[in-house]
Ligand binder design. Structure first.
Ligand SMILES: [Zn+2]
Length: 281
């Protein structure tokens, strides 16, 4: 079984996680830029973080046989901080980098005007750079937030097929299915979707445009949730080809629209770090 986790924050995870993910079948990940918990206070913090997602983290992943790509953006939460918003002016030069396969995560957190502005600016940047977009939906008032998200995407003229709307649940999947956007589901240990509910939705909505991720980060989360969904699908009567579509081919097709997805093995990713002291320390 091969697994592509299309949304996981490996920066916050240990090398043991990489090893366990590899053992579970994970061979590729996309790490979207997000909020690190501790608020950033200046643009430079973002740039160091982006550089880590472009260099250091792919190197770390490669040590464990996993391909690492990233999505870059100003996340919704920090879009509200005037010290952070100027990173939008720095994004264009970062979106040119080879391992950037999407703009994201963008979207709404508390649905403020500042978030909406950052969302719109970044939808435009995605179109200018011919990149797909990963959209986070708010955890509070999710239905209203998702509806407004789809309105903003439509108004921006972003083609639905280039948008992945994430963190969906039973209340929001229908409107996203109707929109033509790709549907993302984050499987968490005790909130949002669990593997059983995910299988139920796959039975109801089919396997097209459906993506499953662990969204593992610094909070309570589990990077092996993708594998749990695959196992739950098989136990519920889905075939191996269905599992491969949802857990590998769908994310590969979505991010493949960037023209930059490289899933070949034998990665040289991050070889700049070969002499890094981490090897000796
Ligand atoms: Zn995330």
């Amino acid at each position: 079984m091969r697994i592509f986790d299309p949304h996981v924050h490996m920066t916050s995870r240990t090398t043991d996680d990489y090893r366990r993910m590899y053992d579970a079948g994970v061979r590729a990940v996309v790490e979207p830029a997000f909020w690190l918990g501790q608020p950033r206070t200046n643009v430079g913090s973002f740039l160091d973080y982006f550089d880590a997602l472009l260099g250091w983290e792919p190197y770390r992943a490669a040590q464990h046989g996993i391909r690492h790509h990233c999505a870059l953006a100003l996340n919704p939460k920090e879009a509200n901080d005037p010290r952070c918003a100027p990173v939008l002016a720095e994004l264009p030069r970062y979106l040119l980098k080879d391992s950037v396969v999407a703009v994201g995560e963008v979207g709404y957190d508390a649905m403020t005007p500042e978030e909406e502005r950052a969302f719109e600016v970044q939808l435009a940047l995605a179109q200018e750079n011919d990149l797909p977009v990963l959209v986070h939906t708010p955890h509070r008032d999710k239905a209203a937030g998702t509806r407004r998200t789809l309105d903003v995407v439509r108004a921006a003229g972003t083609p639905a097929g280039r948008v992945l709307v994430d963190h969906l649940n039973e209340l929001t999947v229908g409107m996203v299915a109707d929109s033509g956007c790709w549907m993302g589901f984050s499987i968490y240990p005790d909130t949002k979707m669990d593997p059983g509910r995910m299988v139920t939705l796959l039975k109801e909505y089919g396997t097209d445009r459906m993506l499953v991720n662990s969204a593992a980060d610094w909070g309570r989360s589990d990077p092996l949730k993708t594998r749990e969904v695959a196992d739950a699908m098989l136990a519920a009567g889905f075939g191996e080809d269905d599992v491969d579509q949802v857990l590998w081919r769908n994310p590969a097709a979505f991010y493949g629209q960037s023209g930059r997805l490289d899933l070949s093995s034998g990665s040289e990713a991050g070889s700049d770090y070969a002499g890094n002291t981490i090897k000796r320390g």
